[in-house]
Write a protein that binds this ligand. Structure first.
Ligand SMILES: *[C@@H]1O[C@H](CO)[C@@H](O)[C@H](O)[C@H]1NC(C)=O
Ligand SMILES: *[C@@H]1O[C@H](CO)[C@@H](O)[C@H](O)[C@H]1NC(C)=O
Ligand SMILES: *[C@@H]1O[C@H](CO)[C@@H](O)[C@H](O)[C@H]1NC(C)=O
Ligand SMILES: *[C@@H]1O[C@H](CO)[C@@H](O)[C@H](O)[C@H]1NC(C)=O
Length: 190
């Protein structure tokens, strides 16, 4: 009987936060919360999501660090101001983390691959896509089995003005001026 109780309690513990010792599953992509058995902390978080730059250019990596005490679990995505889509891609996951395929893109999120400690020297890199103006990094950080914070966000990232590839509007403008110049030159020839 005591053994059964022990097993039951142990299973309960395993099914809580550390129940994902190999990382968050894909069905957590949207709300970014771990299991259902433990509630997120509502206290202010000891973790801060740091970014290497507040401006970005498409395809130029931004470093992302989680400052604070050591942590076991993580789920990281970049999002635009609205919606739950995970945007862009992440560079090679640092040790004890791995990709999670959110939003139909195999490299659009990062989660832990083991519950070996990660710390504020663990560096993640986010690679901004084309055609994006603004984004932020959103994280869930799991300190231990029973303690985690959701909805952690970095400061806002804004696309650097000029350079780094054409926006759709730039492309239309360029196409329009080609048409205009072609018309002009055909008029001159006549
Ligand atoms: C920040 O990003 C901009 C381009 O978006 C770049 O010109 C600048 O050098 C970057 N600064 C640092 C400190 O990386
Ligand atoms: C970084 O982690 C170390 C070791 O856990 C800790 O002593 C230090 O306070 C942390 N730094 C910050 C800024 O959280
Ligand atoms: C879990 O982490 C929190 C926050 O760092 C800490 O206050 C708490 O003591 C930890 N609990 C255990 C069981 O390690
Ligand atoms: C997290 O954000 C969602 C909305 O995105 C909100 O419904 C929820 O209350 C927030 N939870 C915490 C603990 O901040």
């Amino acid at each position: 009987m005591q053994l059964l109780l022990f097993v039951a309690v142990w299973l309960q513990i395993l099914s809580t936060v550390a129940g994902y010792p190999n990382g968050a599953p894909v069905d957590r992509c949207g709300n970014m919360t771990p299991g259902h058995n433990v509630l997120p902390q509502t206290s202010s978080s000891p973790y801060t999501i740091m970014i290497s730059n507040n401006t970005f250019r498409p395809n130029e990596p931004i470093r992302v660090m989680i400052e604070g005490p050591v942590y076991l679990g993580v789920l990281l995505q970049a999002r635009s101001s609205s919606g739950t889509d995970a945007i862009g891609t992440w560079g090679i996951p640092p040790p004890n983390t791995k990709y999670l395929a959110c939003s139909g893109n195999g490299q659009s999120a990062i989660t832990h691959s083991s519950i070996i400690n990660k710390n504020n020297k663990t560096i993640y890199t986010w690679i901004p896509p084309e055609s994006l103006q603004t984004a932020f990094i959103r994280a869930t950080v799991v300190a231990n089995r029973t303690t985690f914070w959701i909805n952690l966000t970095s400061e806002r990232l804004t696309r650097a003005p000029g350079g780094g590839g054409n926006t759709a509007a730039d492309a239309k403008m360029a196409a329009a001026s080609v048409v205009f110049l072609t018309l002009l030159s055909s008029m001159v020839v006549q």
